[in-house]
Design a protein around this ligand. Structure first.
Ligand SMILES: [Zn+2]
Length: 210
């Protein structure tokens, strides 16, 4: 598995191009406003983007879904409880975008345990609510990699004071992720990557994160 990370607007979002090298099949994890960078790298690597996987439906992470879909024919996959956000996003303009993002309809509704397959590479869906009700993380046990979206950041976690957020569910989700193998590489939706064993603060969470 080859992973390319880009930090892109509108909010220094991390987007990832994940390539199954033997087959040349790829997926992206979130698009933000990074379609140009993702497409250029996929082209340079000779990779075919099959899926656009969203960790959650916030427009800063999903704004270029439709641009990328139009360019590649890739299918949009998101946790089922989150899919309605992709449509709702088109109704308003967040402060960090110049215009509402185009409505995006999910092609694939993910559930706990759903597998996203690109060639021989499998990403397993983990439902990790707390930032939003349908936030998900994507895990490859074979590669020891977790895409954690706005659930787990290096040293912190995503906000829970937004619509659909829940401090209590965030704590549950973080504790769940903390049980992954200690050497698991964590690739979040914002900020630098980390490793599960470095996130020792999760074990000390006695109260819901606000
Ligand atoms: Zn978010």
């Amino acid at each position: 598995m080859r992973i390319e990370r880009f930090v892109v607007p509108p909010l220094d979002d991390n987007v990832y191009l994940v390539v199954d090298e033997p087959s040349g099949e790829a997926c992206v994890v979130d698009t933000a406003l990074g379609s140009k960078e993702l497409l250029a790298k996929a082209k340079a690597l000779g990779a075919t983007i099959k899926f656009i996987v969203n960790t959650h439906g916030h427009p800063d992470h999903t704004a270029d879904n439709e641009v990328l879909r139009a360019a590649t024919g890739a299918k949009v996959a998101i946790f089922e409880a989150e899919a309605s956000r992709l449509l709702r996003n088109a109704r308003s303009t967040p402060w960090y975008l110049p215009a509402p993002p185009p409505a995006s309809k999910a092609d694939v509704l993910l559930r706990e345990g759903s597998e996203v397959r690109i060639g021989g590479t499998v990403l397993v869906t983990l439902h990790t609510p707390g930032h939003t009700e349908g936030s998900a993380s994507f895990y490859s046990a074979a590669e020891g990699v977790l895409f954690s979206g706005d659930t787990l950041f290096a040293g912190s976690c995503g906000r829970t004071d937004v619509a659909g957020g829940s401090p209590a569910r965030m704590v549950q989700s973080l504790r769940r992720l903390a049980e992954l193998p200690p050497a698991t590489r964590v690739l979040p939706g914002h900020g630098p990557e980390t490793v599960i064993e470095k996130e020792t603060w999760i074990a000390d969470l006695a109260y819901p994160v606000v």
